[in-house]
Ligand binder design. Sequence first.
Ligand SMILES: *Cc1c(COP(=O)(O)O)cnc(C)c1O
Length: 233
Amino acid sequence: MALEDDLAHRLDHVRRRLAAAAARAGRAEGDVRLVAVSKTHPIDAIREAAAAGQVDFGENRVQEGLEKIEQGRDLGLRWHLIGHLQANKARRAALAFAVIHSIDRLDLLESVDRAAADAGRQPEVLIQVDLAGEATKHGAPEESIRAILEAGSRCRAARIVGLMLLPPFVEDPERVRPFFRRLRELRDRLAAEGADPRMLRELSMGMSHDFEVAIEEGATMVRVGTAIFGARR
Ligand SMILES: *Cc1c(COP(=O)(O)O)cnc(C)c1O
C-alpha cells in the first residue's frame, strides 16, 4: 500500500511541476503530454500509474514494450517507443506502439510505414535529431531532416508529427537548455522553409532531471521515468 501511495504522489508531484513550468512559459498545461517511462519496471507499477490517471507510457526496448503492452491490454494505454529502433524490429514496433520517437533514417521510416499500412495502423512517428556537434550514438543529422520530412509526405500509414531529442547527459539542466533551444529553432527554421506544419507539431524532449527546462523551451512531450517510478533496477 505504502509503495503504491508513493507512486501516485510522485506522479502527482511531476504533474504539478509540469503545470508550473508550462505556466512560467505562458503555455497551457494541456500543451505538454507526460509520457511515463516505465522501462525496467513491472506491470504492477504501470497499473498503479494507470489507476492514477496516467495514459501515455514509454519503453525503450521493443521486446520489453511488447510484453507490457500484452500484459496491460485491458488498461487502454497509449504506448510510446522512445529508445533506438533496430531495422529488424521496425515491423513489430509498427504493429504495437502508438508513437515511435526514434526514427532516424529513411529506410526505418519506410519499414515502419510499410508494416503499418499492411496492418491498417497509423502510428505517429517523430524524427530523432542528432544536433550538429552533439555526437550522440543515434539520431538523424540536421541536414538529413528535410529529406525525411519529404519522405513522410509520401507515407501511406505512418504520420510524422515532430522531432525528438536525447541530448548528452549533463547534471545541470541549465546546461542542457541550449540543446532544447536548438531543437526548437531547428523546428522553426524547417517551418519557415515550408515544411508541412503537421509534421512539426511535437517536440519530444526533457527527462526527470530537466523536463521543466525543456517545457520552458517548447517541449510538447516530456519523457519522465525515475521521477515517477523511482530508481531503475
Ligand atoms: C530512460 C529514458 C528516459 C527517462 O529517463 P529518466 O531520467 O528516468 O526520467 C527518457 N528518454 C529516453 C529516450 C530514455 O531512454
